[in-house]
Design a protein. Sequence first.
Length: 68
Amino acid sequence: MTSEEALIGMRVKVREDHRSAQLRGERGTIKHRWGAPDYAALDVLLDNGLLQLFWFHELRAIEDWDLS
């Protein structure tokens, strides 16, 4: 996903190559954007209830039907 594609309310998944093994594959919803439009940091409310800050490139967009 690009920084510009990351919109509040979007469903996302933490990429499988994320540095934290505990966060890999977690799903959530973008709640807030921080920083420059072309290099955003994102507050994501994960489905497990944790609010976590990510860079846009650590996530990928998903649809609710996406099981991967």
